[in-house]
Each structure stands twice: as structure tokens, then as C-alpha cells.
Design a protein around this ligand. Structure first.
Ligand SMILES: [Zn+2]
Ligand SMILES: [Zn+2]
Length: 187
């Protein structure tokens, strides 16, 4: 995985009126002319807000109240803005601060999420291990049980074997009692 490119858009030139960012101030000013300083009546483009205001007044007898297509709180025609020129310094600083905060908050929350994910994975691994250990113990117990059973069976075999011997011994003794004289009637 390649290293993520840092988002430094909060340091790029931005349009005061709509907050869009641009690669450089030339493109920014082109945007302002096309988006904010174009006369809707005759499509003429101007360089600043006061130029389009006086054009509307002179050519179309209109009184422009606010900069076209601007955010409500940034629509003032009083400011002489040209690219980044004329944007109030405190405004730029505030914006940079809040954008930088947004940027770092995002990075921090991404890092936290990654840590959480790793923690979860660790716990899963641990559970797996515990389960495997439990199974091993169970298998060992089963083996022991079987060994015990086998021993018991062996004992029983030993017993029956012994009993068998006894039987034989009994037969042996019966054989001892079997004397031809008993059958043929003589000693
Ligand atoms: Zn704009
Ligand atoms: Zn016009």
C-alpha cells in the first residue's frame, strides 16, 4: 500500500466568495471572473466586485446588493477582492486554523479506528488460541479416559484369564478324580 498523499488543500489559494480551492491564484481569479463577476444580462466579465456593480448600475440601471453566487456570509461588495488579494487577514488565519483542525481530526480519527481494528483482531486471535487450548485439553482428557478404560479392560481380561485358569484347575482336579477304577470297578 502506497503512502497516502497529504491533503494540504487548506494551504491552497481559495475563493473568498464560495470557499473553493485552486492550484494557483491565476486559476482562482479566472474562476472569480466567470462565477462571481459576470454580468447576467450581457455576459460581460469583470475583474472585481465593484466593477460589476458599477457596470450593472450604468448599463442596466440595477443596484447590485451582493456578489453573485457567493455564500450568504461572504457576499459583501464592499471588499475589493482579486484572487487572494483583499481577503481579510484574520479571516484567512481563522480558515486555515479550522481547516487544519479538520485535517488533523480526520487523521487522528483514522488512526484511532485503525488501532481499534487491530485491537479487535488481537482479541479474535486470543479467543482462537484459547479455543484451541481448550480443545487440546479436551482431547487429552479423552485420551486419558480411553487409556483408563483400556487399563480397566486389561484388568478384566486378567481377571477372566485368571478365572479361566481356575476352571482349568477345576477340570484338572476333575481329571485327577477320573480314575479307571471308578469306571471299571476295580482298584
Ligand atoms: Zn468562488
Ligand atoms: Zn451587463
Amino acid at each position: 500500500m502506497g503512502r497516502k498523499k497529504r491533503d494540504l488543500s487548506h494551504l491552497l489559494p481559495f475563493c473568498y466568495y464560495c470557499d473553493k480551492t485552486f492550484e494557483n491564484e491565476i486559476i482562482l481569479h479566472q474562476h472569480q471572473k466567470a462565477r462571481h463577476f459576470t454580468c447576467e444580462k450581457c455576459q460581460k466579465k469583470f475583474s472585481t466586485a465593484d466593477l460589476i456593480k458599477s457596470h450593472l448600475h450604468q448599463s442596466h440601471n440595477e443596484n447590485l446588493q451582493k456578489v453573485p453566487n457567493s455564500q450568504a456570509d461572504r457576499s459583501s461588495i464592499e471588499l475589493k477582492i482579486f484572487g487572494m488579494q483583499g481577503v481579510p487577514r484574520p479571516f484567512i488565519e481563522e480558515r486555515q486554523k479550522s481547516k487544519a483542525k479538520e485535517y488533523w481530526d480526520k487523521i487522528i480519527s483514522e488512526k484511532n479506528q485503525k488501532l481499534k481494528k487491530e485491537q479487535k483482531l488481537k482479541e479474535k486471535e486470543q479467543k482462537k488460541k484459547q479455543k484451541a487450548q481448550k480443545q487440546t485439553v479436551e482431547v487429552e482428557e479423552k485420551v486419558q479416559e480411553q487409556e483408563k478404560k483400556a487399563e480397566e479392560n486389561f484388568d478384566m481380561t486378567g481377571f477372566s484369564f485368571g478365572f479361566g485358569l481356575d476352571l482349568n484347575a477345576g477340570q484338572e482336579s476333575k481329571k485327577d478324580n477320573f480314575k479307571p477304577s471308578n469306571v471299571f470297578g476295580f482298584e
